[in-house]
Design a protein around this ligand. Structure first.
Ligand code: ADP
Ligand code: MG
Length: 460
């Protein structure tokens, strides 16, 4: 894949987060990345209609995303008509390897597309396979569970529930299952959708009176992956539909994979009967990767690029970006894109200059004692001054000890340092940590409540 095609993949990731799925699929996925020459970004599209639409509605977004990914300034976009994106697999997002950047005979393409209706609604990211998934302590159980499910869908763990913080590889792992299932059985009926896409498809079906075909389609799948189920919060009617889909698939021994930012026990706003089914199979967590794994992720990423990044620069980036793999990759991509265009040597100094803003973002998302105190107070409906004060009422002492426990767990501070911030000595902090640890093992609802708070803090 060319450097620009790689850059464009990242640009698309950014646009996907900002543009709703319908226009994204219609307009952005139809773009062929041609070249990035200096600051001119040349994009291929099928016809003038697309050009007008993109210029009016999306060109600023595209420029912004290209600048963010490459670190370039003053980027301009030029559209060239007469290009089509070909797909060799109806279920896959525009595979970079099959994107044809040359002029395409329009009529034949239109005919081919018309005679080949899309059987599947979802688009898979071609990069999210097991081959590109780096395994470390933080995700080895999740990886093993996903492999087991992919190798024997519907038999081992059903449903498989993957949970963990933002940017830690849940979507990647879930889509890797879908890729393997399709590789091994190209005829398998697979849908891999975010819960929002799933909901939109449902709403469309309802509004067009096509509930039956919706049901037929989703209840006849071999594998259903629903990403980010936490977004179904409060959508009662759809949860009911999903409940029935779930039951039909489950009873037919068809595989269901779900992801969420919370464990099933911590999901709120979802119907109890649905959540209890989520707990039937296996629930597995992806955690924040350690330094070596972060470096390994960067290395495997850079292997697919043409630019060599020296080890000291890889570690320099991996040390600074801890909590989010997406941000880690974004940093590498920015560095590599910049270097591929300017031909400057890849050094720590350059990384520092170019990635300062990303590093700062990382620091500001780090958990501090102040943040812990504030969130704990909110969580237990108290004031910050209650947590930091001296009152010895049980309803305040308990949450105060939780704040001390979380400060020990989530920051790198020692007990005396934490003591200082709470105006207590280190023995008090130690006592609080032990007390909370004990309570967590004895009381399930207490554990869940503390876990929920911890997760909120980790997600900033
Ligand atoms: P989540 O769904 O948990 O928010 P994603 O699956 O979207 O996170 O991952 C964010 C980015 O980080 C993706 O580009 C993904 O490929 C990459 N990534 C995350 N974990 C890994 C890993 N273990 N190995 C390789 N890439 C990873
Ligand atoms: Mg995701």
């Amino acid at each position: 894949m060319s450097d620009f095609a790689q850059v464009w993949e990242k640009v698309k990731d950014r646009l996907r987060e900002r543009i709703s799925p319908d226009p994204f699929n219609r307009y952005i996925l139809g773009i062929v990345p041609l070249e990035l020459n200096g600051s001119i970004c040349k994009l291929g599209i099928s016809n003038d209609f697309f050009a007008d639409w993109l210029k009016n509605a999306y060109v600023d977004w595209i420029i912004e995303a290209v600048q963010e990914v490459t670190g370039l300034e003053g980027v301009e976009v030029e559209f060239e008509t007469g290009h089509e994106v070909y797909e060799d697999h109806p279920n896959e997002e525009t595979k970079p390897s099959v994107v044809k950047a040359k002029k395409a005979p329009k009529k034949t393409v239109a005919k081919e597309k018309a005679s080949e209706p899309r059987k599947q609604m979802s688009v898979l990211n071609p990069h999210y396979s097991f081959d590109t998934f780096v395994v470390g302590d933080s995700n080895k159980f999740c990886h093993a569970a996903c492999k087991a499910v992919a190798g024997d869908p519907g038999k081992q763990y059903n449903p498989l529930f993957i949970h963990g913080g933002v940017g830690l590889g849940k979507t990647h792992a879930a889509q890797a299952i879908a890729h393997q299932v399709l590789d091994e059985n190209p005829k398998a009926k697979v849908e891999c959708l975010s819960s929002e896409e799933f909901l939109n498809i449902y709403v469309d079906a309802m509004s067009q009176g096509k509930q039956n075909s919706f049901r037929k389609h989703f209840r006849g799948l071999d594998l259903l992956v629903i990403d980010d189920v936490q977004f179904l919060k409060g959508k009662e009617k759809f949860q009911e539909e999903f409940f029935h889909t779930f039951n039909t698939l489950f009873n037919a021994h068809k595989q269901i994979v779900l992801t969420s930012d919370k464990s099933p026990q911590e999901l709120d706003g979802l119907e109890g009967r649905l959540v209890s089914r989520f707990e039937w199979g296996l629930s597995t967590e992806v955690c924040v990767p350690d330094l070596e794994t972060r470096a390994a992720i960067l290395k495997q990423k850079q292997d697919s690029l043409k630019i060599h990044v020296p080890n000291d620069v890889i570690f320099y980036i991996a040390e600074r970006i801890k909590a989010n793999v997406r941000r880690l990759e974004g940093a590498l991509m920015k560095l590599v894109s910049y270097v591929s265009l300017t031909h400057e040597p890849v050094t720590r100094e350059l990384a520092e200059k170019l990635l300062g803003a990303i590093f700062e973002e990382e620091v500001s998302s780090e958990v501090t004692v102040d943040k812990i105190i504030k969130s704990t107070a909110e969580h237990y409906d108290l004031r910050v001054s209650d947590i930091t004060g001296k009152k010895r009422i049980a309803s305040i002492v308990g949450p105060r000890q939780v704040a001390m426990f979380l400060s020990r767990k989530l920051t790198k501070l020692s007990t005396p340092e934490i003591g200082e911030q709470f105006g207590r000595n280190h023995a008090t902090i130690l006592h609080a940590v032990q007390k909370v640890e004990k309570e967590i093992t004895n009381d399930e609802s207490y554990r869940l409540s503390v876990n929920k708070l911890e997760r909120q803090l980790k997600m900033g």
